[in-house]
Each structure stands twice: as structure tokens, then as C-alpha cells.
Write a protein that binds this ligand. Structure first.
Ligand SMILES: C[S@@+](CC[C@H](N)C(=O)[O-])C[C@H]1O[C@@H](n2cnc3c(N)ncnc32)[C@H](O)[C@@H]1O
Length: 350
């Protein structure tokens, strides 16, 4: 039986013994798949190394991977033990070799890690892909350290399979309150006046400070020990995929990638080795049918932390939002999404 929770505690912790209905929706993949028909929009229970070897080549548009970091951690009783650097490097090489053939030529991949694991992941990733960026996510929660700086960040590496890839900049703008409302000829420059305040939709940088980890009072929260928030995954997915694309998460955990894909009208395939986590993933996928909201992403823009009242005011005043969306810098061009070999992309910002 699940333990009794406080009234506002929404944590999903359905035990395996009560989750048969969800488990029945998951599949095992034991035979080579000629196409994605049998695995699309499914949670696959199994070892990602085995499953990926059976999926069709060049079929995936985006991979979001959140593998166990090089820390000793228990996932539902299965302990991942901290490895020597060379061994974690080999582990990373092994799973990247398994997913590489699955990606389409214009596909992207994102890999999450902590600062220490990041030193290894970035290096190995560059053996397989074009590394584009290293995003640093300011992760508020963390244990204090007595003789070191408390860890308050994680890295997310962004890489592509070729120099031909998509990046949907307009889909990932951040709505910020205007502190210094600069005007030209009395008119707002690159911002909009609304009845709820003055706002600007800004280009996102590789430093993400607007995302919390899931808390127990959030509908998306589960008892998974390292769950990512839907807002974080939504940013990645909106930037690097389009509606109808296929997104693969080879280390699905509590199902965040699949849930966000469903909410954003992408196809998903999630692979997870622990049946318990597959239950929570399927339970969340069911919940997404009646609640497609992604906390912090409202009216097609991402909002800063602690702006819930403004988000609510905005979604009830769609007219104001429209004027903001039209507020774009006219003088600078959007970056092209296909670039020549060996050049770096420069994004504009304001
Ligand atoms: C860091 S967690 C991912 C958390 C996930 N992003 C979420 O939001 O819940 C890594 C997950 O990978 C799973 N895992 C570890 N090795 C695996 C393997 N070889 N195949 C499939 N899943 C694996 C673990 O059980 C764990 O749930």
C-alpha cells in the first residue's frame, strides 16, 4: 500500500503491485523492428542496449538521454556504482554506439549530466556527434557541502548528427519583465505594454535559471529519485523537433520525455529497465490526456520562476500576448537552421 500523503502532496508513487493496468500498456522488444509501427508511443521495458539494437536505423529525430550519472545511486533497488573515469567513459561510449545508428541525418541529441560526469560526456559525445553547446541548468536544490561548494547546477550537452539540423528559436523564447523600458519616438523598443505589465520575449541562452526540479506539490512529481521537470524537457523538444517527429529517451525513468512529447504532439519511444518506473510513466501518460499543461510554459512562451499569477493573467488576456509575440527585432535576421560545414552558429539576443 502507498503511504498516506499530506493533502497537497501530489507525488505519484503507485507501487508495482497496484500498477498492473499501467504495466499492461508497456511492451518488450525482442525482435528486430523493420519500422517503428510496433514501438511508436510506447514505453518499452528493457535494457536500452538490447532494445536499441533491434530498432530501425535512421528513424529518430531527437534523443533526450538522462543516463545514470557517475555517482553511486539506487534506482528502485538497482544500484549504479560510481566507476573509474575510464570505465564511465567506456560505458558512455557503449550506449552512444547503440543509439547513433538510430538517428536521422538531421537529428539532434541532448545528454544530461552533473559537473563531474560532464567532463567525460562532452569528450565522448564529440567522438560521435557535432557538439553544439553545453547548457548549464541552475538546479536550486542540492545538498550542502562542508568543505566544498554546494552543487547547484547540472549540464546538458547539445549535439547534432550533422551540420544540417533544426533549431526553432521562436519556440523557446523566455518572457521577461522589462526592468528598463527603453523607447524610441515614445514607442516601446523590443517589448510590449500589456495590462499586466511590460514584457519582452528574449532569446534563451545556454544558462537556464528558470527551471526548478519537480516538487511534491507539483502534479508531475513522482517518487523517482532523479526526475527532470517537464519544463526543462519541453525547452529541448520545442527547440530541436517539430510536431509529428519521433523522440526517443533511452533512459526514460519516470516518463518525463514521453509525457512532454505527448503534450507537444510529438511521437515518443521510452526505454526503461525498471518496471516500477514504467508504471509511473504510463500513469503520467494517462494523466496527460486530461491535463496537457506544462508548468511554466504558457501561451507558447517560457516564463520566469515565481510568475504564476502573471502567467494566469496572461492566459486569460490572450490579446496582450499577441502584441508581445509580434514584438520582434526587425533589424537582425533569424539564424539559418542549416549551416555550412565547420561553422559556428551565432544567435542574436536582446
Ligand atoms: C537519471 S534517470 C532518468 C530520469 C528521467 N529523466 C526522469 O525524468 O524521470 C536514469 C534512468 O535510467 C534507467 N536505466 C539505467 N540503465 C538502463 C538501461 N541499461 N536501460 C534502460 N534504462 C536504464 C534507470 O532505471 C533510471 O530510471
Amino acid at each position: 500500500m502507498a503511504t498516506v500523503k499530506a493533502g497537497r502532496n501530489k507525488t505519484i508513487d503507485t507501487p508495482l503491485s497496484e500498477g498492473q493496468i499501467y504495466l499492461d500498456r508497456c511492451i518488450a522488444v525482442t525482435q528486430r523492428q523493420v519500422d517503428l509501427g510496433g514501438v511508436l508511443d510506447k514505453t518499452v521495458i528493457g535494457d536500452m542496449l538490447d532494445v536499441c539494437s533491434l530498432l530501425p536505423p535512421k528513424s529518430i529525430d531527437l534523443i533526450i538521454a538522462d543516463p545514470p550519472y557517475n555517482l553511486t545511486k539506487s534506482f528502485n533497488g538497482t544500484t549504479f556504482t560510481k566507476k573509474k573515469e575510464a570505465d564511465y567513459e567506456e560505458y558512455t561510449r557503449q550506449w552512444l554506439s547503440a543509439i547513433k545508428p538510430l538517428l536521422k541525418d538531421d537529428a539532434s541529441i541532448y545528454v544530461c549530466c552533473d559537473w563531474e560526469t560532464s567532463l567525460i560526456v562532452g569528450k565522448v559525445l564529440s567522438e560521435f556527434f557535432y557538439v553544439r553547446n553545453r547548457i548549464t541548468w541552475q538546479r536550486e536544490k542540492g545538498r550542502g557541502a562542508k568543505a566544498n561548494w554546494k552543487n547547484g547546477m547540472e549540464d546538458i550537452w547539445f549535439a547534432t548528427n550533422s551540420n544540417n539540423y533544426r533549431f526553432n528559436l521562436d519556440a523557446v523564447k523566455i518572457r521577461k519583465k522589462v526592468i528598463a523600458p527603453y523607447r524610441i519616438d515614445g514607442k516601446p523598443k523590443d517589448w510590449a505594454e500589456t495590462k499586466n505589465g511590460n514584457y519582452r520575449d528574449t532569446c534563451p541562452s545556454n544558462f537556464w535559471d528558470d527551471i526548478t526540479i519537480p516538487f511534491w506539490s507539483m502534479a508531475e512529481n513522482t517518487a523517482h529519485p532523479t526526475q527532470k521537470s517537464e519544463k526543462l524537457i519541453a525547452k529541448i523538444m520545442l527547440a530541436s523537433s517539430s510536431k509529428g517527429d519521433v523522440v526517443l529517451d533511452p533512459f526514460l525513468g519516470s516518463g518525463t520525455t514521453s509525457v512532454v512529447a505527448k503534450k507537444l504532439n510529438r511521437h515518443y519511444i521510452g526505454i526503461e529497465i525498471e518496471a516500477q518506473y514504467c508504471v509511473w510513466a504510463e500513469q503520467r501518460l494517462e494523466m496527460a490526456e486530461s491535463n496537457p499543461d506544462i508548468q511554466g510554459y504558457v501561451d507558447g512562451v517560457f516564463w520566469e520562476r515565481n510568475s504564476l499569477s502573471e502567467q494566469n493573467a496572461s492566459s486569460s488576456g490572450a490579446k496582450n500576448t499577441k502584441s508581445l509575440k509580434e514584438c520582434k527585432r526587425k533589424t537582425k535576421k533569424q539564424p539559418s537552421i542549416t549551416e555550412p560545414e565547420n561553422t559556428q552558429k551565432t544567435l542574436f539576443d536582446f
